[in-house]
Every structure is written in C-alpha cells, then in structure tokens.
Write a protein that binds this ligand. Sequence first.
Ligand SMILES: Nc1ncnc2c1ncn2[C@@H]1O[C@H](COP(=O)(O)OP(=O)(O)OP(=O)(O)O)[C@@H](O)[C@H]1O
Length: 225
Amino acid sequence: MLLQAKNITKKFQNQPVLKNFSFSIDAGEIVVLTGKSGTGKTTLMRILNNLESADYGTVAIENDYLCRDSERGAAYVSRKERRVYQNQIGMVFQDYALFPNLTVRENLLEAPLAQKLGTKEELNQKVEQLMNEMGIADQLDKMPSMLSGGQKQRVAIARAMMLNPKILCFDEPTSALDRESADSIGKLIQEIAARGTGVLIVTHDISFGEKFGTRLISSSEFFSK
Ligand SMILES: Nc1ncnc2c1ncn2[C@@H]1O[C@H](COP(=O)(O)OP(=O)(O)OP(=O)(O)O)[C@@H](O)[C@H]1O
C-alpha cells in the first residue's frame, strides 16, 4: 500500500463534506474519483496534498505520516515531517498553474533546484528526458502562453514528475482538452502508473475514468460509516 487515508472527516461551516472516509492507493493503480459537483472530491485531493486540513483522520504514504487520528482530531506531524510526506506526492492542477513568466524549461527546473534534488546539469538532463518521453522536447524554450492546452497539460505533468512523486494527483485533467488530446494524456498517465507511481484522478469525465482508471470510486462513498 502506497497511500493510506483512514476515517477522513471534514466539515466546512459545520456542513460535512467528508465523513469517515477511508481509501488507499497502491503502486501502479489509477484510482478515479467521480461524482456530482460539490460532493468533496477536490477537498479530498487537497487534504492529501496538505492544501487543506482534515478535521479527523489519518493520512500516510508508506511510513511517512501527514496526520494521525486522535481523540481531539487529526494531529498533524511537525513541519519537517510534513515536508518528507509532501515530497512524495504531487498534484497537477486543473488550470495547470504554470509560471507564466518562466519558459517551459525554467518551469520544470524551479522546484527541484530549490529542493537541491541534483546539480543544474543533472536536472537539465532529466528535463530533456522527460520532455522527450512526453513528445514535447521542441517546446522547451517557449513560454507557457505559446502552448496548446494538451501541451500545457504535458508540461504540468512533467513538472510534477521532476520531483519523483510516489503518488501523483490530477484535478480534472481533461476538462480543457478535446477527446483526442484527452486520450493521449490518459495513455501518458497509464505509462506513469506502469512505472510504479500511484495515481489519483478527480474527474467528471466518466468515460475517461472508465477507459484509463484501474478503480473507480464514487463520491457518494465519502459518507461511509
Ligand atoms: N474553502 C472552503 N470553504 C467553505 N466551503 C468550501 C470550501 N471548499 C469547498 N467548500 C464546499 O465543500 C463542498 C465540496 O466542495 P469540493 O470542491 O470538494 O467538491 P467537488 O466534488 O470537487 O466539486 P466539483 O466537482 O464541482 O469540483 C462544496 O459544498 C463547497 O462549496
């Protein structure tokens, strides 16, 4: 088991959004969360990425915890331990969230350089390798605004992959793409999972989820006992 989330509960202004929800992601799995708007899918993904805090529950990737359930609620680990957890999970945002004032190459290098994950030379090699694998090596020196939606999505995926996450999350990866680009992103996600990464996808696109997911979870299960 790579990621484990147990008994996650979250309320906003006393309105429960997630109640005692538990699930896990294994290496190589593509777990797809579907369900009606406003049922907590994005909230769950944000909790796993430490962009939102759980009220109750436990979240861990292997033996590295983000929070542990306690009588007084979810007890978050220290900042240092949180960083260890967070380095193992990546997120590709719906709007890609690329830095508009940096080239594609600079977008990919920014976080791994800051985290000192390698020398500039090593990281540049990795950028080129990833961009080759994604079929967009010729876009490296462009600004994000010059790219198509599908190309931006690939850059956003490559940027997340630069940090070698064990778990990679996608929020609505196909919302801005036509069917053909969506299918090629789906195949790319399958290749990433085949190398052992655990993938979590939140999507309204059920046909995409059924085609590329290995397990579908409906947000109606978020209120499990
Ligand atoms: N920061 C917040 N403060 C208050 N309420 C919030 C906040 N974030 C989300 N909510 C509420 O929590 C509920 C779940 O929202 P969430 O975005 O997780 O749903 P979703 O299933 O991802 O929806 P969609 O499919 O439309 O993206 C909604 O009622 C939303 O209004």
